[in-house]
Design a protein around this ligand. Sequence first.
Ligand code: NDP
Length: 320
Amino acid sequence: MRQIIIIGSGPAGFTAAIYAARANLKPLLIASSVEAGGELMNTTEVENYPGFPDGVQGPELMAKMQEQAERFGTEVVYDDVTELELSGDTKTITLGSGEKHEALAVIFATGSAYRKLGLDDEERLSGRGVSWCATCDGFFFKEKTIAVIGGGDSAMEEATFLTRFASKVYVVHRKDTLRASKIMQERAFANPKIEFVWNSQVVGITGTDAVDGLVLRNTVSGVETSLPLGGIFVAIGNDPRTHLVHDKLDLTPEGTIAVAGRSSKTSQTGVFAAGDVIDPTYRQAVTAAASGTVAALDAEHYLASLPEELLASASEPALA
Ligand code: NDP
């Protein structure tokens, strides 16, 4: 049995691992089998992470965080958690491989997942012109006319990035003002390849084998129009990834895992949560990293409060 297992490999998970490993807790970090590294793996230049005055590529930042966590003894497993038993002193985590791991404390840092428009054709045409990741798929849209849906920082970042490949990028937004930060807005407004389509809700995605257009409904007049396109990128935000624990831990009305005050303590003793999965508001790499620190310190205090016999049973990082 372990002292601590961390689930999630974004900035929150790896920062928690750095702190836990430096506290000699020999953490096991479970990174997803397909999405290891979290959301920054889908980002290009990160310009607002302190310590990198010239910016840093998202995947490079994550590789550095992992290197730092491993340097102090974090063990990383690439697999998906399929089942969790969180009640009682010993927590059990089952992986896709069938392997079971036990620990006295668990930090849940599973981040958030791309939000979908919820249209039938979105799933059908996923990978056939519908994408959620410009850095992953932008290359396939060379010289095409495409649309980015959304009005936040993600939409501005994706639209600006996609102008490297596409001949034209529409930004389709349901309002007439953007939620994105001023600097990202200005960058998009100044880009001659980007055109804004305001007050427009996507009500349909068309195409037989591949996307050939969107059906838009004007939110003011109600009039529907078609927009011929070679692809669409959905950038309308994220939802916290809580499917593994929604019936095991208390959630907030926003759908994030509920924690006590400014701590990382969830409704289950010995279970802590950090990063986007508890944060409906800030959701920055640096706030996630800070939140990972809080979780590691809370877990460390919790472990220190446990009886000696229980701690002794967790001295070996062996399989359960
Ligand atoms: P946001 O929640 O900030 O924005 C989502 C956008 O999508 C909003 O404009 C929203 O519209 C729109 N939207 C939501 N649901 C729908 C829907 N069903 N149909 C149509 N439009 C919809 O998410 P982001 O992913 O943009 O950003 C999340 C966080 O990450 C933010 O804190 C952001 O600052 C940060 N971020 C920072 C970056 C950077 O600094 N480089 C890059 C990317 C993200 P409405 O405005 O009407 O609500």
